[in-house]
Design a protein around this ligand. Structure first.
Ligand code: ATP
Length: 748
């Protein structure tokens, strides 16, 4: 009954060794390597065969070492091959040959009146030879991924749900926003002169304490849009030992994004005394627990790890939370995160301010009610879900019978034209790994990023790509959201994502912050409707191109890739063998450890999780079917709590749950109940004091009424009406709330 999102292995309580059962040594044991590991490299349906990628986070196998070793082994043969490649990838590849090939653009382009300019002088050409044959069917519109027609009923619901009255000032400079000096300094040192549109509209509204639902294209500065107002308001928080509390929580769907958000926040807070804590999966639980004990002002977390801390770190609570931010909110609101999000929301006070942001944010009331928002202000800067203006989108057609050429097409693109600062997206971890082996064998400097790697490997891969050591980052959708890597020039989609939102996020890794960039997508026959949707939402028709790769080039590279087949299989075999050896070694160590420290290990309290094993399996199943990031790629590791304790408090409100726990604790024999009660009492004491009985005027009878418990708090960072600052008056410590968007503790 444990949970620990550090690794797949964790989360399981060690089984008690059964000393009665003799473990026999099997002299005939052989490492089992079943199936053709290469079989699906060039084809689809990759999920059926077992994964070959290392899943062990403790001592990961280095694929570089395996490849390097094999390269050494076949040094002479390899030298010959490299010579051959070099000679062939010289002038002949970059010739201006423009023959019609098997890889043409789908004709949907033509019907839309989109630009068909040649994208690249070396290898792209216009091809409209069979426009009739492939013209879109009449009903293609109905295939559009999202419905843009809104019923009157939905419009009415939105009118009631959203706050349409709050004035949205437009600021063309950070100076007119009256931000404090430490923040102005940080903005200057980051080179932020004027706010981006989403920042200009969000910051003043967020300073009023209003709930916000924000949408703006990828790379438009949403992170700073929510961090700046949080920091500004925290500068006026109550200070001193009793007032120390975690007041803001920023939830993000992936660990990498959490690290990035932490870095942005730390830079913006560089000249303040505001403290951050990173609580993302895959990083050390112990040091996070220690950091959370100090009650940092802002916690940036992935959902799984946060829940783990909420349940298992005695001193950590969200009771004093003032602001909850969901970055990539549509992803967090999706089914894959539903259970975790519910659990977290239950732990947050209802009086919090909530801000939701994403480039593909929904304004569907049905979705948003899940967050129990309080009259949110809808800030949709780019309501049409467009791509960035500086993005040129190219498409390469892959005919059904030529699906096996995808890898060759990718290699051709990366060898000839897009040679550095390229992210390649794949739909599966296994495929990303296999292509990584192909790239390495072809001496292309690539790093991979997906959920089958340890957190250490993930961060290392990202760093090597950021530093320019790796020219290519071969990634799954784990890297599609939010990652901000300077200088990415090209995004290649090895396959078209199933969801339009996913496409927007993937291509949004380039052309960020007003810069230009290019995306190239390999489009199969089954991707037509998605292609149409993509074209419909493009920022400009002029930005759409199609690329034709000459047939002889494709042929040459598919031959090369085929020749490598044996070597790729050998590398994957070797990797698998090493993995099994390492696994055996780890099991041995684990056994020894159990023998030596059995008593101590079993005396540790079991970590708990909020779902039962069944619920968790069900949720994992749902996640698999959901969009975007696969389980294990987010902050929630699939190993989390394989044997979770049934949560008897599930479904109860926080208050009822606490009361029930307290009663049970008192009835519990021995020390445990008393200790738990003492912890709870200490937590209560540690909470920043609440403003006791606030006397408010009862509008109906004119009688004074005592505000309910939990109304507003002393030490509340947002006890101060910062809206006053908009008029040029700086709020002071101790100012009372006035003109705020809500009353603290008010019902939602
Ligand atoms: N006011 C500003 N002036 C100049 N650059 C800015 C400004 N605000 C943000 N940026 C830069 O813009 C880039 C993109 O910012 P950010 O990652 O917050 O975008 P985003 O909208 O969250 O993107 P995504 O939707 O992909 O998550 C960052 O490199 C950031 O430093």
């Amino acid at each position: 009954m444990t949970v620990d999102s550090d690794s797949d292995e964790q989360g399981q309580r060690p089984k008690k060794p059964n000393h009665d059962q003799e473990v026999e040594f099997d002299p005939d044991f052989r490492f089992e390597l079943v199936g053709d590991l290469y079989a699906d490299l060039l084809h689809s349906d990759l999920e059926r065969t077992p994964d070959t990628v290392n899943k062990m986070s403790k001592n990961p196998i280095s694929i570089e070492e395996v490849i390097a070793r094999r390269k050494l082994k076949h040094a002479s043969a390899k030298r010959k091959r490299v010579d051959e490649y070099e000679s062939e990838s010289g002038t002949s590849d970059c010739s201006t040959e423009r023959s019609t090939t098997d890889c043409e653009v789908p004709d949907e382009f033509k019907g839309e009146g989109a630009s068909l300019e040649v994208a690249d002088k070396d290898e792209a050409s216009v091809d409209d030879s069979d426009s009739q044959q492939d013209s879109p069917s009449e009903d293609d519109d109905s295939l559009s991924v999202e419905s843009e027609t809104e019923t009157q009923a939905e419009k009415d619901r939105k009118a009631v749900f959203f706050d349409l009255e709050t004035r949205q000032d437009s600021h063309s400079s950070f100076l007119t926003m009256n931000l404090s000096r430490p923040l102005q300094r940080a903005l200057t040192s980051l080179g932020f002169v004027s706010p981006t549109p989403i920042q200009a509209s969000t910051i003043p509204v967020a300073l009023l304490g209003k709930d916000v639902v924000g949408n703006a294209v990828t790379g438009s500065g949403k992170t700073a849009a929510f961090i700046i107002p949080i920091l500004e308001r925290l500068l006026y928080r109550e200070k001193g030992n009793n007032a120390t509390a975690t007041r803001c929580l920023i939830l993000v769907p992936t660990r990498e994004l959490a690290v990035q958000c932490f870095e942005v926040g730390s830079k913006l807070a560089a000249y303040t005394d505001i403290r951050f804590c990173l609580a993302a999966g895959g990083l050390s639980l112990k040091s996070q627990e220690a950091a959370l004990r100090t009650r940092p002002d802002i916690v940036i977390a992935t959902p799984g790890r946060l829940i783990d801390h909420l349940r298992n770190s005695p001193s950590f609570t969200l009771d004093a939370l003032d602001v909850l931010v969901l970055d990539e909110a549509d992803r967090m609101l999706s089914e894959g995160f539903a259970d975790e999000l519910n659990e977290i929301i239950k732990s947050c006070p209802v009086s919090r301010q909530t801000m939701l942001f994403s480039a593909t944010m929904t304004d569907s009331v049905d979705e948003l009610v899940k967050m129990s928002l309080n009259k949110p202000v809808r800030l949709f800067v780019d309501p049409k879900r467009t791509t960035a203006k500086g993005l040129i989108q190219e498409f390469v057609r892959v005919r059904a019978e030529k699906e096996s050429n995808r890898t060759a097409l990718l290699v051709a693109l990366c060898k000839r034209t897009f040679r550095q600062r390229v992210i390649v997206f794949f739909r599966s971890k296994k495929l990303a790994h296999q292509v990584r082996v192909v790239f390495s064998l072809l001496d292309m400097n690539a790093a991979e990023l997906h959920g089958d790697l340890s957190q250490e490997q993930r961060l290392k891969a990202l760093q090597s790509f950021r530093d320019g050591q790796a020219d290519f980052l071969l990634a799954t959708d784990l890297a599609s959201r939010g990652l901000d890597i300077k200088g990415i020039e090209t995004v290649i989609n090895y396959d078209m994502p199933n969801q339009f939102e996913q496409y927007l996020h993937r291509v949004g890794r380039t052309a960020r912050a007003g810069k230009s960039g290019r995306s190239i997508t390999l489009v199969g026959e089954s991707d037509r409707k998605m292609l149409k949707s993509v074209m419909k939402h493009s920022a400009s028709d002029d930005n759409i191109r199609h690329r034709v790769i000459p047939a002889d080039v494709v042929l040459k590279w598919s031959k090369k890739v085929d020749e490598l087949k044996g070597e790729v299989v050998a590398v994957l075999h070797e990797e698998k063998e090493e993995k099994q050896l390492l696994q055996a070694d780890m099991e041995l160590k684990k056994g020894q450890n159990m023998l030596e420290h059995e008593a101590e290990i079993f005396s540790r309290p079991a970590r708990t999780w909020f779902q039962t094993e069944k619920e968790k399996a069900r949720a994992a199943g749902r996640k698999q079917g959901g969009n975007g990031i696969a389980p294990g790629e987010s902050g929630i590791s699939p190993g989390d709590s394989l044997k979770p304790k049934r949560d008897k408090y599930a479904g109860l409100s926080r208050k009822v749950k606490r009361r029930k726990m307290a009663i049970e604790a008192e009835q519990e024999p021995g020390q445990k109940g008393a200790i738990d009660a003492a912890i709870r009492s200490a937590k209560r004491q540690a909470r920043p004091g609440k403003v006791g009985k606030v006397q408010t005027k009862n509008a109906a009878g004119g009688r004074k009424k005592v505000a309910s418990k939990g109304t507003s708090r002393v030490g509340d960072a947002f006890n101060h009406d910062l809206s006053a600052k908009r008029e040029g008056i700086r709020a002071r410590k101790g100012d009372a709330i006035g003109g705020m968007g809500r009353r603290k503790g008010g019902k939602r």
